[in-house]
Design a binder for this molecule. Structure first.
Ligand code: GUN
Length: 294
């Protein structure tokens, strides 16, 4: 293997330890701890898993979590009522509504109802709007994109002046990570399903963020030697040799690309753990802001 492995699990563990120490200090000084409310609507297995992992991580860091597991057919009004109650709860410093929501609920209305100061997912339209403009500071930045940048920073990868290619244009990852790279003075291309000569554009990248949701789409001959690869993909593919009958893989053909790249994240164990670490970071920052701790 020629590429350096960017070990998200280890980096996230270090961040979680930093947060745990901050929470202990906060508790010793004020008698308070940060609080995160998770709102899960319906029974999607992936969403249930993500929310369970988020709550478990809170517990380990000493952060209080307030779980709301709601039925698939809850009305928009009832959901809004719960969000407003959480807005008014002084023990809750962060509110996370797990996405996607069922079709009968308007996502933007719900995300827009979250108190801006508790929007630890960074999906409130005002936070997204600020992220998308120059010299406007969002209060919070979405967790997975923030985790991608943190991985680059903690690996010592310079972003300024580099050619960054983002594969995928989702609201949750592709678009916000492109904005963050742009704010750090990278030259950014966003690619998608209609991009002409996709391999040719990807080959220009010094930094590649793959967030398209297609298993092992990026091949070894798509990338430039020395590229740094952040693979956000999390795809389950059939694998009869595995006990579970499937294995998880990214959007990048890891075995091929690692021979060409200078650094690469594995899947699992790359970006995934960083999403949760950044959620704990945002929640703790929110609590500090509320408690006026600088
Ligand atoms: N669904 C997939 N990723 C995320 C995330 O980071 N936050 C929320 N709220 N929902 C998601």
């Amino acid at each position: 293997m020629s590429a350096q492995l960017i070990d998200g699990k280890q980096i996230a563990a270090a961040i979680r330890e930093e947060i745990k120490a901050e929470v202990e200090e906060m508790n010793a000084g004020t008698g308070k701890v940060p609080g995160l409310a998770t709102v899960l609507v319906g029974t999607r297995k992936d969403s249930q898993t993500y929310v369970r992992m988020k709550k478990k991580a809170c517990k380990k860091a000493g952060i209080a979590s307030f779980g709301h597991d709601l039925p698939e057919d809850i009305s928009q009004e009832e959901l809004l009522k719960i969000v407003r109650e959480l807005n008014a709860n002084n023990d809750v410093h962060g509110i996370l509504v797990q996405l996607p929501l069922p079709d009968h609920i308007d996502e933007e209305t719900i995300l827009g109802a979250i108190n801006l100061e508790k929007d630890v997912d960074g999906f409130h339209p005002i936070n997204i709007g600020r992220l998308s403009m120059k010299r406007r500071e969002p209060l919070f930045v979405p967790c997975t994109p923030k985790g991608c940048i943190e991985l680059l920073d903690r690996t010592g990868v310079e972003i300024e002046g580099k050619r960054a290619v983002v594969l995928g244009r989702s609201n949750i990852v592709g678009l916000p990570v492109a904005m963050l790279l742009l704010h750090r003075n990278a030259t950014v291309s966003i690619c998608h399903s209609r991009t002409n000569d996709l391999p040719g554009v990807v080959r220009e990248a010094d930094i590649l963020v793959a967030a398209v949701g297609r298993a092992e789409m990026v091949r070894g001959d798509w990338v430039k030697p020395g590229v740094v690869v952040i693979d956000v993909g999390m795809n389950a593919i059939d694998d009869p040799t595995s006990e579970r009958g499937y294995r998880l893989t990214g959007d990048v053909a890891f075995d091929e690309v690692k021979e060409v790249a200078s650094a690469i994240t594995p899947v699992p164990g790359g970006v995934g753990p960083m999403t949760i670490a950044m959620l704990l970071r945002n929640t703790t920052d929110s609590a500090k802001h509320y408690l006026k701790i600088v």
